[in-house]
Design a binder for this molecule. Structure first.
Ligand code: KG4
Ligand code: ZN
Length: 327
């Protein structure tokens, strides 16, 4: 079955066509990032206006590139939650209109589960159950995934999301936005043992807290001109602390649930040091690790189409009363 996926939860406008939940025929992503850069973060109003202007064109392009006719699409799968209200509304309204006009079934899916599904967009499919970690700009969450429709939340951030911490530290170091790739580049030249950062303890050992490091960096850099070498050391030490926390808590979740299969998704897993560390540690512990290719870590509609296919196969459907859910 061919599924049309639509993703507009944050700044991206993405439309994809995916066959049987694993073969990507097209996955077009248009980002409004350059319009947000000077503000150091996403401005929701700018994001949704750009999405409104581009979505029809992006959809047109994705359908043409897939070589599939609209009448052969069996399902429209759209991100329904969580995300920015205006942005979600653009994708959902577009999906509803197509569904109504062409009489194609509609399904709203959860963006976070979509990030985890990115690891399924390949021929050799991981088995279930598994532990799922989502590390993105808006979320840091650990899940016990028994099946695509049976997901248990084990822990999440109590303050900043992991990607958000990268973005905020990059802002304090005056590097630009988004911060993740910039911090990663700077960290390569720094010494991670120069500064001792730590993530605050959390009541639930599987929750995360990243705002303490941000405050530490704030006081370290307040009213000072920071030489490049110091910036490199801050970036390296920060990145090392975040990696250590993510790896330790995720391995703890695997041990607590006695599960040796792990899928990770979200923009932050594009970070090569984080990928390498997870690869090393999971090999040591005998954990089967599935990481999406870099281009599927960031927001994209292929993951939305893929997950939609799986849930549709289990009988899930949405009506035209589908509405965005923000959190
Ligand atoms: O998943 P995503 O595209 O959007 C959300 O759903 O939030 O993730 C975007 C986040 C941003 O915070 C960005 O700084 C971070 O992913 N990111 C990275 C890297 N590339 C993107 N963080 C660390 N290292 C990277 N290489
Ligand atoms: Zn995302």
């Amino acid at each position: 079955m061919y599924v049309l996926g639509i993703e507009t939860s944050c700044d991206e406008t993405s439309v994809a066509v995916v066959k049987d939940g694993k073969r990507i025929l097209s996955n077009v992503v248009s980002s409004s990032l350059k319009f947000h850069e000077k503000y150091g973060g996403i401005i929701p109003e700018i994001a949704s206006r750009m999405q409104l202007e581009t979505i029809a064109q992006v959809a047109d392009f994705a359908i043409k590139e897939s070589g599939i006719k609209l009448k052969n699409i069996g399902l429209i799968s759209v991100t329904g939650e969580p995300g920015l209200l205006g942005s979600l509304l653009v994708g959902i309204s577009f999906a509803k209109s197509l569904s109504l006009a062409l009489k194609i079934p509609l399904l709203g899916i959860n963006h976070l589960y979509g990030h985890i599904y990115a690891g399924f967009l390949k021929d050799k499919q991981p088995s279930r159950p598994f532990i799922g970690l989502v590390v993105s700009g808006g979320h840091t969450s650990l899940f016990h995934v028994k099946d695509f429709d049976r997901v248990e939340l084990l822990g999440s951030t109590v303050d900043d999301a992991c990607g958000e911490a990268f973005d905020k530290i990059a802002k304090l170091l005056k590097l630009g936005y988004p911060g993740g790739p910039l911090i990663e580049r700077l960290a390569k030249k720094g010494d991670p043992s120069k500064i001792k950062f730590r993530c605050s303890n959390t009541e639930n050992p599987l929750d995360f807290s990243f705002s303490g490091i941000k405050t530490a960096v704030f006081y370290l850099t307040k009213n000072k001109r920071i030489p490049l070498k110091d910036k490199q050391n801050i970036a390296a030490s920060f990145q090392e602390t975040v990696i250590e926390t993510l790896v330790q808590k995720t391995l703890k979740a695997c041990a607590m649930k006695n599960i040796n299969r792990l899928l990770i998704g979200g923009g932050v897993i594009a970070n090569n040091s984080l990928r390498e560390r997870f690869l090393r540690e999971s090999e040591k512990k005998g954990i089967e690790l599935h990481l999406p290719p870099i281009q599927l870590c960031m927001d994209n509609a292929a993951m939305v189409a893929g997950l939609g296919y799986r849930l549709f196969s289990k009988g899930k459907r949405s009506g035209l009363d589908l509405n965005p859910v923000l959190q």
